[in-house]
Design a protein around this ligand. Structure first.
Ligand code: HDD
Length: 700
């Protein structure tokens, strides 16, 4: 008989269940899951056949003793887990964050403070309202959640592509989401805000107005994840090594610029390619066109007022204009690796606003406070228990030595006999850390006041920043908002809801309200908009100098008679800049001429203009009366994309009704430097907005 061990005799020190080092950038893998060359059961028993169930005779019946059949079907029956209650539709990528070191004066968080430090990250982008299988390009806010696997523990920045939120207090979150989700009786419409319950809620709940305006703007339909800004939304409190605090707002600035789809394009894409954004990200990464963003902070004094020049920093429906407090860049995020397995990584990743590291703290923003509860709670249902941090994608890269034990899906084999503190049996370990030893010691912040269910009076201003946003945009961006509001309210059935929202808009901008009212055929109510003291040009996303074109797609219309050498030259020029070129021809296969071969990626049957940022017709291409080609070119033209041709290709543009002297119509004799320069400049400007009044909407 073994001699009983004294409780404190040989208890080995608990070890990290992770075994992952802080600078690991290796793909997650679990060798146990796919070992050996033979198909086995989950118990490792080799199988001779997985195509036939075990039967009494070849014509049955099937036998209950077939453990392989039962295991295979039972597992399949349980393959789905509950989708996220919001942000169900998402796509993600791995990457790295490199610190510029410029945040050292405001935070002691090592991954931000130390120049050149690289931290592995996992970033998940999402829509909010749609189910997991819904379309990417719907009008909605986008989630922008970044998990930093720092060596001081995991920090999650769970943000959106819109800097403000619909509600000021987290207790309203179920209300706004119930209003935005499909109607509970018929479960329609999917992934849309264009319906009565959404507009019913936001027209009554006017603190949503600022966020609503952003959703109705081009920000609600991004061109791609790489062309979205990201925002931490709330004000955070940063603490530096000297214990000094500041209030900050986090911003992600995309290197590719901020660009959007146009609404018709977004709607077509939702049917033609519901995976538009996730495909774009995965293809881009595979082609080496990584997604890049700079992280920035607006820093405000933590002077005890939680306000900046009259702006309540605890009110998440307010921005601090960049013209008042510039965004200081503190590091760069590069997303350079696609996940290996969607479920294991993108679906099982669990973000939480309470995943904080020393040097980054929360504020009293009541929306933020509710989130600190919700994110941990939701994972218990979604991931089936409290051990979700042991899932490979959620494992910290810092050593873990907690006293959490047991529970559903426990995969760590903890050692030691004293999972409690204080203890003597395990030598009093694990130790608790002081601030100097890297412990998360909250800064002592004074809290006073009576217990009330109320907002401060400063939260009462629901319109002034919606006006600031609208007025700061360019004319075409304002037109897009008018059209979006007219579209969405036009989809509502209840007259009273439309009228109430018009009253809201009257308090934002009289002309905006008048134009939407005209579109709805309703009278224009009077309002009292507050004139902004100063506009914020940084809110507009229209560019006048060309930006980078990495990740952009150029479609070339060609056939067997086309100038393939010209296509090769064009391909080289755009690929040098990180963009890609795709050949479209009447039928599939390859095109060959001399030493040049081009693979046809799309035919006139499988192509749609929304896949490309510019279309080019190759010299020599045989004119065809195919209506699909006309549609392809006209659609790109209508969506204000550059359309181009060299040599005889110009004739094909003209026969599609595109005038050679139109804005953004680029013609040349060959694909020489002048032509490719012109094309890449036009791509860098994103759209030919000069064309907009002609093809899309009346000017405001
Ligand atoms: Fe939230 C998911 C962003 C308010 C409760 N939220 C979720 C995700 C993002 C955001 C990006 C997806 C994370 C992922 O990819 O897995 N949420 C925000 C922002 C908010 C916000 C920027 C306001 C500033 N959220 C908010 C409130 C509550 C929640 C006020 C509840 C009180 N959010 C959740 C959630 C989710 C979530 C129910 C669903 C799935 C999950 O957390 O993991 O807990």
């Amino acid at each position: 008989m073994p001699v009983p061990r004294k409780p404190d005799q040989s208890a080995p020190k608990p070890t990290s269940p992770t075994g992952v080092t802080a600078d690991s950038t290796e793909p997650i893998s679990d060798a146990r899951a796919q070992a050996g060359e033979y198909l086995t059961t989950a118990q490792g028993v080799r199988l001779p056949d997985t195509d036939h169930s075990l039967k009494a005779g070849s014509r049955g019946p099937t036998l209950l003793e077939d453990f392989h059949l039962r295991e295979k079907i039972t597992h399949f029956d349980h393959e789905r887990i509950p989708e996220r209650v919001v942000h169900a539709r998402g796509a993600a990528a791995h990457g790295v964050f490199e610190s510029y070191g410029t945040a050292k004066s405001v935070t002691k968080a090592g991954f931000l403070a130390e120049k050149g430090r690289k931290t592995p990250v996992f970033t998940r982008f999402s829509t909010v309202l749609g189910s997991r299988g819904s379309a990417d390009t719907v009008r909605d806010t986008r989630g922008f959640a970044v998990k930093f696997y720092t060596d001081e523990g995991t920090f999650d920045l769970v943000g959106n592509n819109i800097p403000v939120f619909f509600i000021q207090d987290g207790i309203k979150f179920p209300d706004v989401i119930h209003a935005g989700k499909p109607h509970p009786d018929r479960e329609i419409p999917q992934a849309q805000s264009a319906h009565d319950t959404f507009w019913d809620f936001v027209s009554l709940h006017t603190e949503a107005t600022h966020h609503v305006l952003w959703n109705m703007s081009d920000r609600g339909i991004p061109r791609s994840f790489r062309t979205m800004e990201g925002f931490g939304v709330h004000t955070f409190r940063l603490v530096n090594a000297a214990g000094e605090t500041s209030l900050v707002k986090f911003h992600w600035k995309p290197v590719a610029g901020v660009h959007s789809l146009v609404w018709e394009e977004a709607q077509i894409a939702a049917g033609v390619d519901p995976d538009f954004h996730r495909r774009d990200m995965a293809d881009g990464i595979e082609a080496g066109a990584f997604l890049e963003y700079e992280l920035g902070v607006q820093v405000m004094a933590d002077d005890g007022t939680d306000t900046f020049e009259g702006i309540d920093l605890l009110d998440p429906t307010k921005i601090v204009p960049e013209e008042l407090v510039p965004v200081q860049l503190i590091g760069k995020l590069t997303l350079d690796r696609n996940p290996t397995n969607y479920f294991a990584e993108t679906e099982q990743v669990a973000f939480h606003t309470g995943h904080l590291v020393p040097g980054i703290e929360v504020t009293n923003d009541p929306l933020m406070q509710a989130r600190l509860f919700s994110y941990l709670d939701t994972q218990l249902t979604r991931l089936g228990g409290p051990n979700f941090s042991q899932l490979p994608i959620n494992r910290p890269h810092a050593p873990v030595n907690d006293l959490l034990r047991d529970g559903m899906h426990q995969t760590a084999i903890h050692t030691g006999s004293a999972p409690y503190l204080p203890n003597s049996i395990d030598g009093g370990e694990p130790l608790v850390a002081s601030a100097e030893e890297g412990g998360y010691v909250q800064i002592a912040r004074p809290i006073e006041g009576a217990v009330v269910r109320a907002n401060p009076a400063s939260f009462d201003d629901h319109f002034s920043q919606a006006t600031l946003f609208y007025r700061s945009l360019s004319g075409i961006e304002q037109v897009h908002i008018i059209e979006a509001l007219t579209f969405e309210l036009g989809k509502c059935y209840e007259q009273a809801i439309k009228e109430r929202e018009l009253q809201v808009l009257a308090n934002v901008d009289a002309d905006l309200c008048a134009q939407v009212a005209a579109g709805l055929g309703l009278p224009t109510p009077e309002g009292t908009p507050v004139e902004p003291a100063q506009l914020s040009p940084a809110l507009s996303q229209v560019v006048t100098t060309p930006g980078p074109i990495a990740g952009r797609k150029v479609g070339v219309i060609a056939d067997a008679a086309s100038d393939l050498a010209g296509i090769a030259t064009l391909r080289k020029s755009v690929e040098k800049l990180g963009a890609t070129l795709h050949v479209i021809a009447p039928v599939g296969g390859t095109l060959t001429s001399g030493s040049h071969t081009e693979i046809i990626e799309r035919t006139l049957l499988t192509v749609r203009s929304i896949e490309f940022d510019a279309l080019v017709v190759a010299d020599g291409t045989t004119p065809t009366g195919d209506i699909k080609l006309v549609l392809l070119l006209q659609e790109a033209y209508r969506h204000c994309k550059p359309v181009a041709a060299w040599g005889s290709g110009a004739g094909i543009l003209q026969s599609a009704g595109i005038a050679p002297d139109g804005a953004g119509v680029l013609l040349a004799d060959s694909t020489g430097k002048a032509f490719t320069d012109e094309l890449t400049t036009a791509l860098g400007l994103h759209r030919v907005w000069e064309r907009a009044t002609l093809v899309m909407a009346p000017a405001v």
